[in-house]
Write a protein that binds this ligand. Structure first.
Ligand SMILES: [Zn+2]
Ligand SMILES: [Zn+2]
Length: 381
């Protein structure tokens, strides 16, 4: 019997991507150290490096990802122009291809065959390997990105991607460098070093954020929340939340969670550059977290070997599940009331009525219940 997997031909090498990654990596580990050793580099090129790191990073996380892939908010053309230019500088393909492939990732997450950067094919594959060969799963199919083809800036970038990418990676640093009298220094740091560092930081979102961290919202996929990963991925380390609530402009949903992309989007909304910021209602977030606590508690309970203790804890858990079901029903009833108020165009009255207070009380009761179920789970240990 033949081994179909072993005999299947390997996907052909993606030559432009392989050449680009090879040259940039080799230059960053040879040419760059030599340059820094033999030339005096002042503060200017380093400041330019920091600026370019932020500009290209936020153009991927705030632009390519949250704006174009997920439509989590709307942005004025000036900000979209910024994202379009610095997104091309980040050399991660065009907006249209990136967003189309990313939407497939969300739809088929973890599927070995159809998730373009499935972690189930290993860390390296999810990090970079998927780009080095022409795998069928990463073949862009713009049928899932027709909305983006209505954006003239997306279409313009798609048509002129190569020119924009070369211009932003070589022309822009050389021009700024020439203005400040150090063209090569600016190219080495703002061009080369920034390109390689920014590549790996953003690639960690597909690799590290799918294998290292906790899962407070859903265990249906491999995506993780990790405060440490968030520190160097422009806030995209809260990937478990993101995979459950992908239309939320926030990834780190709590105010204290380090998500500079969220702060950037919110800050621009204060002056009208961004608007329509989408937020998942707090009740739905609490409901997801509580459901996770119940699942974990039930898992622990199944492993409990003490018969008396098992019966006692099971009773408590059943009581909590019943309370949960009552809260959900009350919430559904209030939602129906709210929709009816909107239909009758009295939403304003509803918002100021007793119902809103009841709404907040339900959110609070879920929070308290989550703490109780967590304690219950700890007692089961
Ligand atoms: Zn993901
Ligand atoms: Zn996403």
């Amino acid at each position: 019997m033949t081994d179909a997997v072993a005999e299947a031909p390997k996907a052909p090498i993606n030559i432009p991507a392989a050449v680009m990654f090879s040259i940039s990596t080799l230059a960053a580990v040879s040419l760059l150290p030599w340059y820094l050793w033999t030339h005096h580099t002042g503060a200017g090129p380093w400041l330019f490096f920091v600026f370019c790191m932020w500009a290209t990073g936020v153009s991927i996380t705030g632009g390519y990802h949250r704006l174009w892939s997920h439509r989590a908010y709307e942005a004025h053309w000036s900000l979209r122009l910024f994202y379009m230019l610095f997104g091309a500088m980040s050399l991660q393909n065009s907006i249209l291809i990136w967003a189309s492939v990313h939407r497939v990732h969300h739809r088929n997450v973890d599927d070995v065959e159809s998730d373009p950067y499935s972690i189930k094919r290993g860390f390296w594959y999810a990090h970079m390997g998927w780009m080095l060969r022409d795998y069928p799963s990463a073949e862009p199919d713009f049928s899932n990105a027709r909305d983006l083809q209505q954006d003239p800036l997306v279409v313009f970038q798609q048509r002129h991607y190569l020119g924009l990418a070369l211009g932003m990676n070589f022309g822009f640093p050389l021009l700024v460098g020439a203005l400040f009298g150090d063209a090569w220094g600016y190219l080495m740091l703002g061009g080369l070093l920034r390109l390689v560092v920014n590549h790996h930081l953003t690639f960690f979102i597909n690799s590290l954020a799918h294998c290292w961290g906790r899962r407070p919202y859903t265990a249906d996929n491999t995506a993780r929340d990790n405060d440490f990963v968030a520190l160097f991925t422009y806030g995209e380390g809260y990937h478990n939340y993101h995979h459950l609530f992908q239309w939320d402009y926030r990834n780190g949903v709590r105010w204290w969670q380090f998500d500079p992309t969220k702060w950037w989007i919110a800050a621009w909304s204060a002056v009208g550059v961004t608007r329509g910021l989408k937020r998942v209602p707090e009740f739905k977030i609490q409901r997801a977290m509580l459901q996770r606590q119940f699942d974990k508690a039930q898992e622990k309970l199944r492993a409990c070997t003490h018969p008396g203790r098992f019966a006692e804890l099971q009773k408590l858990l059943e009581h909590e599940l019943e309370a949960f079901s009552i809260t959900l029903n009350e919430w559904k009833r209030l939602q129906a009331e709210r929709i009816e108020a909107a239909r009758r165009q009295i939403a304003g009255q509803w918002e100021h009525s007793e119902a809103l207070r009841r709404f907040r009380a339900l959110e609070q009761s879920l929070r308290l219940q989550r703490q109780r179920v967590r304690l219950l789970r700890l007692q089961t240990a």
